[in-house]
Design a protein around this ligand. Sequence first.
Ligand code: AMP
Ligand code: GLY
Length: 427
Amino acid sequence: MNILLIGGGGREHALAWKILQNKTVRQLYIAPGNAGTAQAGVNVDIGIGDFEALGKFAVENAVDMMVVGPEEPLVKGIVDYFNEHPALRHISVIGPSKAGAQLEGSKDFAKKFMERHRIPTAAYRTFRAEEETDAQNFIRSLPSPYVLKADGLAAGKGVAIVSSLEDAFRELHEMFSGKFGAASSRVVIEEFLSGVELSVFALTDGKDYLMLPEAKDYKRIGEGDTGLNTGGMGAVSPVPFADKTFMEKVESRIVRPTVEGLRKDGIPYRGFIFFGLINVGGEPMVIEYNVRLGDPETEAVLPRIRTDIVELFQAVATGKIGDKSIRIRPQTATTVMLVSGGYPGAYEKEKVITGLDKVDGDCMIFHAGTALKDNRTVTAGGRVIAVNALAESMEAALTVSKRNADIICFEGKYYRRDIGFDLKTEI
Ligand code: AMP
Ligand code: GLY
């Protein structure tokens, strides 16, 4: 079988690694990939938004299955494009339809969906630009801090949490004035929830689903969860507070109603659902949906899955995920992300990366923002390399991740040494 994987980050390198454990995979193509995926399969120089070129490539290279990593092509309808095109229809696609991808593509859609299917989430209202005064009045009626969200995709930057009314009104006005383009022509304002967050993943064929291991990611740039938000500085799986009781609540109140809700609403969905949850005094609530795997959560989640992922994908494509089960390793996986100096602000690229051949055997390296230049691996993004380990305890895994994080070098390298800091006391 030939597989085309869409994307080029750490999530996709981890997916490539997991996919290649299946012996029936003949060729794995990654578009556009990075220096890490180039060692695993064959990189294809096509952008993730160029559906026509991806379709043409898929036909010419006898692709049987396409796995979509990032949200952008899903929200733009790559799955519908493949399913509707006569020459592409036979290809199994892992990823939701454009309608399903609205769960991530529109915060207002997601909130209405949760309201309709009684899925626990923060109270909210959505406003358009011409309703700015009403929106201000709604903000006034809420206690501080105020949560404002651009409705559409804003590269992870569309959420503002501010403590003063003045800042909330300014942010609201900026959003309505096009701060995030069309994505902020509507703004969701919601109740602030207080608790610890975690990421839960399900793989569904639209009828049934399998739960994947949960993970916690660390979004802030600074240790102790301080400073600016990033794409993710590290992850840990499992999450100690997500015990059996908590996860049963997650499944019965959130995961199952979501899959059933999609079915009831007539929305085709064959792919991953990422539940961004918050634990409010022992009760799980939804902060957001994503319609893909998380990054860097994937780098910690996939090494814990024993089951062949391609077999699971085939079951998703044929509507038979209900017949499958998933085997999960009990050990703890940790991911430490090496990032470029200056990230998430401006940073330099094309720094030579050394030490990749010196990492020890207990550690798995997944490339995030890397490229090949003159046969050398160089930095090509803010998040550069995910350093992963799997061990009997979080402490043991972190020791391996950090030891190897020190071995890999590039100018300006930074990483957080405190991944998992808030989970330690609970072990
Ligand atoms: P989102 O893009 O919706 O995941 O929001 C980004 C981050 O903002 C989340 O990971 C949370 O840390 C925070 N956040 C979003 N919504 C809320 C809320 N209602 N209450 C508290 N924090 C929130
Ligand atoms: N780690 C969060 C995300 O992938 O959106």
